[in-house]
Design a protein around this ligand. Structure first.
Ligand code: SAM
Length: 278
């Protein structure tokens, strides 16, 4: 059989290979097949597509992805204890799974992936945001990213202006991708249960960013504005080292407004004004 149907249940895999969850690796395993299937369905049809999974662990989500007839799944797992059980998953699916025992922060996705890929992952929470930022910067490699975060991080990714969660992550993600909250998963669904609710978010990289701006300059302007998010922009933007008022005027933004009131488009206008002023 090459459809994984002869694989043992995930709980048995965890016991056989002694996969006691390691906190330092952000290990909270998802063993509910309904949920792993639901996550793997988020990108849409995966038939003949290439997929990248980060942190397959005992392989629950991995099996769900493979069951959707992907052409190949590349999985990056740091924990050597998981390699043998994952080898069994690869054999059970006719070798359509390649597992690399590496740190996902270090890998070079461009040389690994043969074509544009979907990322699907129940991310280790301690490195989830740096991984997302890394992928945003090489977004041309990806068709979609279906990622599970702590709910609080997911809230920041999809946040609208004038909300507490709105900030640097919201602006960067929404500028470069269309973002949508998929669904929440309660702590009890995991082994062991984490302290917080998790949320699956889907990001689809845009062909071109939503508005013209230079990434580094935009990041600088957004950082300056949100480092003092309660202050008016005419004060918070002083840290850019130029007079804020002419920049704000050029961008058509009232100097008394605050960072969290500005739309992504307004931040891009501000970044363009700053670029021209340099
Ligand atoms: N995908 C599995 C599931 O849903 O049950 C496990 C998810 S668990 C939240 C995160 C996984 O990422 C663990 O298997 C952990 O060993 C792995 N991991 C942690 N840090 C990593 C890193 N820097 N690079 C690659 N894998 C990592």
């Amino acid at each position: 059989m090459t459809d994984g149907s002869d694989l043992p249940p995930l709980r048995e895999v965890i016991n056989t290979y002694g996969l006691r969850a390691e906190k330092s690796l952000g290990q909270n395993f998802l063993l509910d097949l309904n949920l792993t299937g639901r996550i793997a369905r988020c990108p849409g049809s995966l038939k003949d597509e290439t997929v990248l999974e980060i942190g397959p662990g005992p392989g629950g989500l991995t099996r769900a992805i493979l069951a959707f007839e992907v052409s190949h799944l590349y999985a990056i797992e740091k924990d050597t204890r998981c390699l043998e059980p994952l080898k069994n998953v690869s054999d059970a699916f006719g070798g359509r799974l390649t597992v690399l025992n590496e740190d996902a922060l270090e890998i070079d996705e461009a040389s690994l992936l043969p074509e544009k890929a979907h990322i699907i992952a129940n991310l280790p929470y301690n490195v989830a945001t740096p991984l997302l930022i890394k992928w945003l910067k090489k977004r041309e490699l990806f068709k979609s990213m279906t990622l599970m975060f702590q709910k609080e991080v997911a809230d920041r990714i999809v946040a609208e202006p004038r909300t507490k969660a709105y900030g640097r992550l919201s602006i960067l993600c929404q500028w470069l991708c269309t973002v949508s909250r998929q669904f929440d998963i309660s702590p009890q669904a995991f082994t062991p249960p984490p302290k917080v609710t998790s949320t699956v978010v889907k990001l689809i990289p845009r062909e071109t960013p939503a508005y013209p701006a230079d990434l580094e300059i935009l990041e600088k302007v957004v950082a300056a504005a949100f480092n003092q998010r309660r202050k008016m922009l005419r004060a918070s933007l002083k840290s850019l080292g130029v007079k804020p008022e002419p920049l704000l005027e050029e961008a058509g933004i009232e100097p008394t407004r605050r960072a969290e009131e500005l739309s992504v488009e307004e931040f891009c206008k501000l970044a363009e004004a700053y670029r021209k002023a340099q």
